[in-house]
Design a protein around this ligand. Structure first.
Ligand code: KG4
Ligand code: ZN
Length: 358
C-alpha cells in the first residue's frame, strides 16, 4: 500500500517513465499538457517471434533500454536533470518484472536528483493522454481499450476516475490478438485485423455482441473469440476475400459492443464528452463508428493521436503532472501492482469488484 504526502506547487516539468508491458518509454512533460520529448522503444519485433509478449524477455529488454531511452528524453527536450521538479512512473497495472525496471529506475533517479516520485496508474494515464492535444471539459466518460484491459470510467477531474464497468474476461485488444492468432495472422493482431477488415464485408458473418441488450457497463469478449474458432473449424482454409470478411465482421462485433456501451454510459451519466484511449483506440473502425454514433446524439468524441494511444511515457507525464500539481507525491517505498486496485470496486452489480488480471 502506498502512502502519499501533499505539497502544493504551481508549475512542474516532469520526467516520466513507462515500462508496464513491451514498450520502454521516457518523456519530459510540462504541467501535464506540454510534450517536450517522448521517446518510445518498442519491443514488438522481438515478441512477434513468439506470437505475444514474453514477460521475462520484456523485463530484460527494459533493463537494456531504460537508461538510453531516459537520456534521449532529456536530450530531445533540451534540458538537464536539474531542470525537472519530479519523476512520474507507471507503478501498475502491468507485468510485475517489467514494472520493476521502470519503477526502480525512477526511484533511483528521484533519490539521486532529489526530486519527488509520482506513482501513476497506467489505465488512468491512457485517458489523460487526451490532455496532451485537447481541452476537454469534465465530467467525461472514458473508455480504455488496450491489450490487457477494457474499462469504462466516469472522469470527474484531471485526477478523479470512477470505474463504471470492465471486461469480465478478455480485453478488447486480447480479443483482437487471440482471433488473429487463430487466423494465422502475426502479433499484434489488432493492427492486422484492422488492415484486412478495410477490404472485407462487415455484414458477412453475424458474430455475437455480448451484453448488448443488457444495461450493465461490463464487457465480455471471450465468447466472441471462441465463435471465430468455431467458424474457422466449419470453414477451414478460407479464401483471401473470406479472411477479409471474417476480419471485418469480427472487428464490427467488437467495435459495435464498445460503442454501444460507451453511448449507454454517456447517456446515463449525462455527459457531453467521451474520451476513447489505449492501443485499440488506434482502430480505424472504432474511431469512425464512435464519432458517427455518439455524434448523432450530440456527444463529442475525443481520441488521442495513435502515438498517444499505444503505450507511451507522455501520458504518464500528463497524469503525473496533474497529480504533482495537486500535491499527490508517492513514497520511495512505492511497489508495483499487476492487477486493478481495490479502489476500482465501484462498478455495477459487484462484478467490477473482482480483481482483473492485466
Ligand atoms: O495500450 P497498448 O499499447 O498496450 C497495453 O497497455 O496493453 O495496447 C496494445 C493493444 C494490442 O492488443 C493491439 O493489438 C491493439 O492494442 N491495437 C489495435 C490496433 N492497434 C493496436 N487493435 C485494433 N486495431 C488497431 N489498429
Ligand atoms: Zn496500455
Amino acid at each position: 500500500m502506498t502512502t502519499s504526502s501533499k505539497i502544493q506547487v504551481m508549475s512542474a516539468t516532469l520526467l516520466a517513465i513507462e515500462s508496464s508491458c513491451d514498450e520502454t518509454s521516457a518523456a519530459v512533460i510540462q504541467d501535464g499538457k506540454k510534450v517536450l520529448s517522448n521517446v518510445v522503444a518498442s519491443q514488438v519485433d522481438i515478441h512477434k517471434e513468439y506470437g505475444g509478449v514474453v514477460p521475462e524477455i520484456a523485463s530484460r529488454m527494459h533493463v537494456e533500454l531504460i537508461m538510453p531511452v531516459v537520456d534521449k528524453a532529456f536530450k530531445d527536450a533540451n534540458i538537464g536533470k536539474d531542470d525537472i521538479q519530479g519523476i512520474a512512473v507507471t507503478h501498475g497495472p502491468g507485468l510485475i518484472g517489467a514494472l520493476m525496471v521502470g519503477l526502480s529506475t525512477a526511484k533511483a533517479l528521484a533519490f539521486g536528483i532529489g526530486v519527488p516520485l509520482i506513482g501513476v496508474n497506467h489505465l488512468e494515464a491512457h485517458m489523460s493522454a487526451v490532455h496532451l492535444e485537447n481541452e476537454v471539459s469534465f465530467p467525461f466518460v472514458g473508455l480504455v481499450v488496450s491489450g490487457g484491459h477494457t474499462s469504462l470510467y466516469l472522469v470527474r477531474s484531471y485526477t478523479e476516475f470512477e470505474l463504471l464497468g470492465k471486461t469480465r474476461d478478455d480485453a478488447a485488444g486480447e480479443a483482437f490478438d487471440k482471433a488473429a492468432k487463430i487466423m494465422g495472422l502475426p502479433y499484434p493482431g489488432g493492427i492486422e485485423i484492422d488492415k484486412l477488415a478495410k477490404e472485407g464485408n462487415r455484414e458477412a458473418i453475424d458474430f455475437p455482441r455480448p451484453f448488448m441488450s443488457s444495461s450493465t457497463f461490463d464487457f465480455s469478449f471471450s465468447g466472441l473469440k471462441t465463435s471465430v474458432l468455431y467458424y474457422l473449424r466449419k470453414h477451414s482454409e478460407p479464401s483471401e476475400q473470406e479472411l477479409k470478411d471474417i476480419c471485418a465482421s469480427y472487428q464490427e462485433a467488437i467495435v459495435d459492443t464498445l460503442v454501444d456501451k460507451t453511448l449507454l454510459a454517456a447517456k446515463e451519466n449525462k455527459v457531453a464528452n467521451v474520451v476513447i484511449a489505449g492501443g485499440v483506440a488506434c482502430n480505424s473502425r472504432l474511431r469512425e463508428l464512435s464519432k458517427e454514433r455518439l455524434g448523432k446524439e450530440g456527444i463529442n468524441v475525443y481520441i488521442p493521436s495513435p502515438k498517444y494511444c499505444t503505450d507511451n511515457a507522455a501520458m504518464i507525464g500528463s497524469l503525473g503532472g496533474f497529480m504533482f500539481l495537486n500535491g499527490d507525491i508517492s513514497e520511495l517505498s512505492l511497489t508495483p501492482f499487476s492487477t486493478s486496485r481495490p479502489k476500482y470496486g465501484r462498478g455495477r452489480g459487484g462484478e467490477a469488484k473482482k480483481a482483473q488480471s492485466s
